[in-house]
Design a protein around this ligand. Structure first.
Ligand code: NAD
Ligand code: LMR
Length: 338
């Protein structure tokens, strides 16, 4: 460890050991890409999560500074920092949940697929580390393009002989968070009262909000449906353009990532009825991966729900989504198989 990490690390380890011996509840979580725009607020929010007993922060830059900073928060989780590839496996040893926001973000004018060339290799390397050091961990994959990086991760785990489809989840929670917010705005409701399933994938037309299944039940005019669907599908681009070259959504994403990670941890703990949307291996459509509601349990995505009844607008949207998704999934698979 670099010196400033050792200081944090000594007392952290002792506290972690005491807790483990005392049988205190809590999970060990690692964030890969913890010094980034998403990684930093995500690390802060996970340090505040009472279900987390140990928090490992890994990045190829600035991990010591972020770790020292976060470790001063007087919450229960013990924080340890890891810098650079030689420390990847130590960062992952014994971890229950790995959250991956590592990789480059979009700039205006780019699609998420334009990130493939850089992020595919980053995700492959990190997943090779997971296969070696914590093959049973639940993986929450945030790095874009999610529609391709999840298939990449699956292929890496298959190659290593560690693939468990239930444990690999592409994070599409931000689409749900946005949908809840934008729909609440139109309905004049508190967003916390709104629940919208968003299915398909995480890019453009593959993001398919099912407005016919909004809770509380409500109906929308054709104009409202088109406005809301477009806004939800382009929510990421709205932020990329507003940030004007300084990156993409980080704060709302950290919030969404923690909401999803917390659901995964509650599932791991054995809580009943934990249901969220995620991009997972699936038989709901003819595609090998698809985002739907899933029940999170002790093994990850323990149950995958069907789409439910769709209206005509959604059926057309589904066909468009599937066409684009098929190509993105294939691109991810070929990256590892070639
Ligand atoms: P960022 O550039 O601010 O941070 C990325 C971090 O990853 C940096 O700290 C960088 O050092 C680190 N990193 C790079 N290579 C690494 C490696 N090999 N190992 C470990 N860490 C590495 O970017 P950001 O704004 O935090 O976005 C990160 C990713 O998340 C992007 O790909 C972005 O498109 C994606 N994203 C996804 C969603 C979603 O809904 N799934 C939402 C927002 C952003
Ligand atoms: C988002 O939806 O905000 C992310 O996927 C980042 C992006 O590039 O839009």
């Amino acid at each position: 460890f670099p010196p400033n990490l050792q200081m944090v690390d000594g007392s952290a380890l002792r506290r972690a050991d005491c807790r483990a011996k005392g049988g205190a509840p809590g999970f060990k979580v690692a964030i890969l890409g913890a010094a980034g725009g998403i990684g930093q607020p995500l690390a802060m929010l996970m340090k505040m999560n009472p279900l987390v007993s140990v928090l490992h922060l890994y990045d190829v830059v600035n991990a010591p500074g972020v770790t020292a900073d976060i470790s001063h928060m007087d919450t229960g989780a013990v924080v340890r920092g890891f810098l650079g590839q030689p420390q990847l496996e130590s960062a992952l040893a014994g971890i229950d949940l790995v959250i991956i926001p590592a990789g480059v973000p979009r700039k205006p004018g780019m699609t998420r697929d334009d990130l493939f060339n850089i992020n595919a290799g980053i995700v492959r390397t990190l997943c090779e580390g997971i296969a070696k050091a914590c093959p049973k961990a639940i993986v929450n994959l945030i790095s874009n393009p999610v529609n391709s990086t999840v298939p990449i991760a699956a292929e890496v785990f298959k190659k290593a002989g560690t693939y468990d489809p239930k444990r690999l989840l592409g994070v599409t929670m931000l689409d749900v968070v946005r949908a809840n917010t934008f729909i609440a705005e139109v309905l004049g409701l508190d967003p916390r009262e709104v629940d919208v399933p968003v299915v398909g994938g995480h890019a453009g037309v593959t993001i398919l909000p099912l407005l016919s299944q909004v809770k509380p039940p409500c109906s929308f005019s054709k104009e409202e449906t088109e406005y809301l669907t477009n806004r939800i599908q382009n929510g990421g681009t709205e932020v990329v353009e507003a940030k004007a070259g300084a990156g993409s959504a980080t704060l709302s994403m950290a919030y969404a990532a923690v909401k999803f990670a917390d659901a995964c941890l509650r599932g791991l703990r054995g809580d009943a009825g934990v249901v969220e949307c995620a991009f997972v291996a699936s038989e709901v459509t003819e595609l090998p991966f698809f985002a739907t509601k899933v029940r999170l349990g002790r093994n990850g995505a323990d149950e995958i729900y069907q789409l439910g009844p769709l209206n005509e607008y959604e059926r057309i949207g589904l066909e468009k989504a599937k066409r684009e998704l098929a190509a993105s999934i294939q691109k991810g698979v070929s990256f590892i198989k070639k």
